[in-house]
Write a protein that binds this ligand. Structure first.
Ligand code: GLA
Length: 388
């Protein structure tokens, strides 16, 4: 995580010399349960030690926001009353979350904000959710007496993606960023929103991310198409069973999916098949973890990769190559992490294989693509908080 002094020095320099309050929110990993959140299934994320830090201060204006993105050295001022909002994509997160917090009854007025982040952009580690949660947390504290609940902040972050950023995401990323706890993964039931903390200290293993550095951007990617596919399948199943209520694929059985196979077409059938399988895999991983059976956890991770690559079709050549290298090095588990279309693989590696695996991955990836993958060791950390 970044240093307060770094953010503070920029905040002072770019505004009126006064200090404000500092807030931080993390990015996330997800052990298993991909593309299940918007299908009402289970996810198994944890917050990481990389995130976004923002200094914020009420500026006394009715609705003028003065915002500085430290990493981009970009300053944008805008009014919350402007129906179009700012154009810079980073500033839209601030505009969006401010309006969503107003909808929750927080009387947001003008404020100054400077922020920086160390979540690698486009790596599938939810840099955008880290921003949303951090800004929501700050606005709740500055203007709302901290009356908005953690869950409502999660939903405000998700609504920001839907309403201002063009990504129809689920709730996993914002959930992990708000509720994260050091040393724990969290199993969330995205339908009931019940969750459980799972201490994660795999004896003899570690989690490492390999970032392909292939640009991952969900807005404009087929992410929304995948969600539409799933919703279409649910509608077909519903039409066959008017007596029951089907909200998401979570409510559909394998048999019901097979009943509509001919109507929905081969692509959507494969997508839905992946989602039903992934729901079961998350539960199987939890059981395996409880029994300390990491080899089983890893086997399920490889199955997820296969499904995301062949059935859900959100992988790319580089990620499949990293997965292949993991397999050939005897790595216990490896798969694409996050929305896909680039970004990272998450790897569960035995300690004694770690160095050989990383060295081999760097060498072979570099030979093929002309650059090494980036390596991030996973440190499972706390969620959103006020720093000072
Ligand atoms: C992105 C979305 C999440 C989730 C994942 C895939 O990270 O923001 O809501 O759908 O993709 O599991």
């Amino acid at each position: 995580m970044m240093e307060v002094d770094f953010v503070r020095s920029r905040f002072i320099k770019h505004f009126d010399g006064k200090t404000g309050n500092v807030y931080a929110s993390p990015g996330r990993i997800n052990l298993i349960g991909e593309h299940t959140d918007y299908n009402g299934g289970f996810v198994f994320p944890g917050a990481v030690d990389k995130g976004v830090m923002a200094e914020m201060r009420i500026n006394g204006t009715e609705d003028t926001v003065m915002a500085y993105a430290i990493d981009l050295k970009d300053r944008v001022d805008f009014k919350l009353s402007d129906p179009n909002g700012p154009r810079a994509s980073w500033a839209r997160y601030i505009y969006g979350i401010a309006l969503e917090m107003r909808k929750l009854g927080v009387p947001v007025k003008g404020f100054n904000i400077a922020f920086a982040g160390d979540v690698p952009l486009g790596a599938g580690m939810s840099s955008s959710a880290a921003m949303e949660s951090c800004f929501a947390f700050g606005l709740n504290d500055l203007f709302g007496d901290n009356k908005v609940s953690q869950w409502d902040m999660v939903l405000a972050g998700q609504a920001t993606e839907h309403n201002y950023c063009g990504v129809n995401c689920g709730i996993m990323d914002q959930f992990a960023s708000v509720f994260g706890k050091a040393g724990c993964l969290m199993r969330l039931d995205c339908r009931s929103r019940e969750f459980e903390y799972f201490p994660f200290k795999p004896d003899g293993y570690r989690l490492v991310l390999l970032d392909s550095v292939v640009k991952h951007q969900l807005a404009g990617s087929p992410y929304n198409d995948r969600r539409n596919s799933c919703e279409k399948v649910v509608k077909c199943v519903q039409a066959k069973h008017p007596e029951a209520k089907f909200e998401t694929l979570r409510d559909c059985t394998w048999e019901q999916l097979d009943e509509v196979k001919d109507e929905i077409g081969a692509d959507d059938y494969r997508r839905a098949k992946f989602v039903l399988g992934e729901k079961d895999r998350v539960l199987a991983v939890c059981d395996a973890l409880t029994e300390g059976d990491y080899e089983k956890v890893g086997e399920l991770m490889y199955q997820t990769h296969e499904g995301l690559s062949k059935d859900y079709e959100v992988s790319c050549e580089e990620l499949d190559f990293l997965n292949q290298i993991a397999k050939e090095n005897g790595v216990t588990g490896s798969r694409i992490m996050g929305g896909g279309f680039g970004g990272c693989t998450i790897n569960l590696v035995r300690n004694d294989l770690y160095h050989q695996f990383i060295a081999d991955a760097k060498k072979r990836f570099n030979e093929k693509y002309g650059h090494e993958p980036k390596v991030y060791d996973v440190v499972i950390s706390d969620g959103s908080r006020k720093i000072c």
